[in-house]
Design a binder for this molecule. Structure first.
Ligand code: AHG
Ligand code: MN
Ligand code: MN
Length: 358
């Protein structure tokens, strides 16, 4: 074989290696083992990939299919109007995991109580937490939406069905990720060994590795927040927004779906905020299904996630649907937002200590 022949062979080898790094193979490689835990995680990710493909398939043709778009007429446990796609995607995860044998319990923002699969419980030691469709206001205009997930080891028997073991911090997550339904469908995940992105190749029906060991820049130009809530924010958040308005180097991007906005920041740097508002003092985003999974990812990518007062991953929920303010993204940008919040706190403390003397 000549040198040229060999280099052609090598080119093929690299291209095929890349094309054949599927999600389940990647999980096993990450854990460098075929231990039962590694095989469980690989199988779990495989099932999530199947759910993603089923949802992507329906989204792709949503405008042509009866009963895919629009509202159901019902509200969920958080009082939000439920869309038909929310119900469909919620059911997809249930169906996919009912057959898996691996997951004993699923908890989602669309279900008041966790959903048990008793036949899996003797063997299935895991709970799946998920937001089946994130950014559902984007559905009816064919814009990007997502799905968010986290996996926790089930602790205790939970015989009374109260899911008390879920009322622990996000540090208990053993895996987390999201699916972005955009121009292509991407699955981004972490099992505690960095953050990795896969793109669905529709011709293969497989998620193929596209970005390995993603790191978020220390600082980025993007700030992503619904500025229509300005009138409802605490003065500290307004101070931060005034700061970015008055300094060069910032650009606003807000797509109405956390997954999409987060994905851009993960790759390009910056900060996403959903602070408390007058109407929703704890903000809008749910800790167990949205904030904690993305906080796990951003920490794995070298960034930070904060409520303004503490790291998101340290927050212990008092009920499963609890919401928290969220500030997430590049380390420096999260720290800048926090500095405005802390500054106001200090001013308030000074005012409070001076008040009785007046
Ligand atoms: P969901 O569709 O799961 O209820 O989540 C919507 C969330 C999130 O995706 C997005 O960042 C935010 O709501 C948008 O809220 P506003 O319309 O208030 O900006
Ligand atoms: Mn959501
Ligand atoms: Mn949702």
């Amino acid at each position: 074989m000549t040198d040229t022949d060999q280099s052609i062979d090598l080119n093929h080898k690299y291209a095929l290696d890349r094309d054949s790094t599927t999600l389940s193979r990647h999980v096993l490689q990450q854990l460098q083992s075929f231990s039962p835990e590694a095989q469980d995680l690989s199988a779990l990710m495989n099932r999530i990939a199947l759910a993603a493909k089923l949802i992507a398939r329906r989204l792709t043709r949503a405008g042509l299919v009866e009963d895919a778009l629009g509202f159901t007429g019902r509200t969920n446990v958080q009082g939000e109007a439920v869309k038909k796609m929310d119900v469909y995607a919620n059911q997809v995860f249930i169906s996919v995991f009912e057959q898996s044998g691996l997951v004993c319990r699923l908890a989602s923002e669309e279900m008041e109580k966790p959903y048990y699969i008793p036949e899996n419980c003797p063997i299935g030691r895991y709970t799946l937490l998920y937001d089946p469709i994130d950014g559902s206001s984007n559905l009816d205009t064919n814009l990007n939406v997502g799905a968010i997930f986290a996996i926790r080891q089930q602790e205790g028997e939970d015989l009374d069905g109260t899911a008390k073991d879920l009322l622990q911090s996000g540090r208990k997550q053993i895996a987390a990720g999201y699916v972005l339904f955009g121009p292509s469908t991407m699955l981004v995940y972490s099992i505690g060994t960095g953050v990795h992105a896969f793109t669905l190749d529709p011709s293969l029906g497989e998620f193929i590795l596209s970005n390995e060991n993603i790191t978020v820049p220390e600082h980025g130009p993007i700030y992503s927040v619904n500025e229509g809530n300005f009138w409802q924010w605490d003065e500290s958040i307004r101070d931060y927004i005034r700061y970015v308005h008055r300094h060069e180097g910032y650009t606003a991007r807000y797509g109405g779906a956390l997954v999409g906005d987060f994905h851009r920041i993960l790759f390009q740097g910056g900060v996403f905020l959903y602070p408390g508002t007058v109407k929703k003092p704890e903000g809008k985003l749910r800790l167990l299904y949205e904030s904690a999974p993305l906080a796990y990812l951003i920490e794995q990518a070298g960034g930070r996630a904060s409520t303004g007062d503490q790291d998101i991953l340290d927050v212990v929920p008092d009920h499963i649907h609890m919401r928290t303010p969220l500030i997430i993204g590049s380390k420096e940008d999260v720290a800048l937002v926090e500095s405005f919040i802390q500054e106001r706190r200090r001013e308030q403390q000074v005012e409070e200590t001076l008040a009785p003397q007046r």
